[in-house]
Ligand binder design. Sequence first.
Ligand code: C2E
Ligand code: CA
Ligand code: CA
Ligand code: CA
Length: 280
Amino acid sequence: AKEQGKARCVDFQADMHARIVDQLDQERRLKTAIERGELRLHLQPIVETLAGRTEGVEALVRWQDPAAGLRAPGTFLPLAESAGLITDIDRWILRESCLTLRAWQDDDAAGAPDWITVNISAALLDSPDLPDLVTRTLRETGLRPEALVLEVTETTLMRDVAGTAPRLERLRSTGVRIAIDDFGTGYSSLGYLRDIPADVLKIDRSFLEGLVGSDRHRGLLAAVVQLGHTLGLRVVAEGVEDAEQLAELVGLGCRYAQGYHLARPAPVGQLRAAADLVRG
Ligand code: C2E
Ligand code: CA
Ligand code: CA
Ligand code: CA
């Protein structure tokens, strides 16, 4: 029995060891990926529902992995977070987003979106140099501050409302705007909305599930849209997957929509080509 226990212990250690080596190997691969320029910027249209115009776009990161192909953020952002690489990714996306929209607006002032939204991780929000980074990036890329919207998830905001509010106020004083992302997923009290300075409310796509045909679902969504408007926020519904959902949203007075039904995330070249086709 003693021998067996010993063998099991060795097995366990070998297993642990293999897992740690694998983890370190993946971290190293992600780090070199960032250095080698394997990250890609994809954009998803945010559509103004009255005119049907793409008024904004959301920046979404992808990893063009030579071994595994194009990878969605869910497959590498958790690793990036635990390895302390997430702020490097966010900084790259911020800069690339500003450069990309600036070039598009220079090229095609009428056809380009007015603004771009960039996801800000909790770690980047916590870094004291974020306002300087934003100011410097805007200056270096020539994008107007009003054209940049920083998305912070409700969960990130909820960590420390008192500490976060002044930091967001500082960011806003640079002229950029703030969006509350994934609204309604934090299982939180609504009190924080009083204290958090924001401009845009992005309603999580879970609010669209079961919407069509259910008065209860519609009532809840209507209340959330109304809440956003009462607070003076622009309201974006995320995850619009079909025409019925879009019609419901328009009926509720929700002015902005984002989702596969309107457009999937794509590289800027692809979005522009599609827009040119529509315009003829
Ligand atoms: P998110 O910020 O909530 O972004 C929206 C996600 O919903 C995107 O997933 C988008 O592709 C997806 N989506 C859009 N329309 C639909 C739809 O109609 N139906 C469904 N089911 N999904 C839709 P994606 O690109 O895989 O990104 C996942 C998450 O990764 C993002 O969620 C965001 O939290 C994070 N993320 C993406 N890019 C960045 C980044 O540059 N920095 C940081 N910190 N996080 C990022
Ligand atoms: Ca987002
Ligand atoms: Ca979201
Ligand atoms: Ca999300």
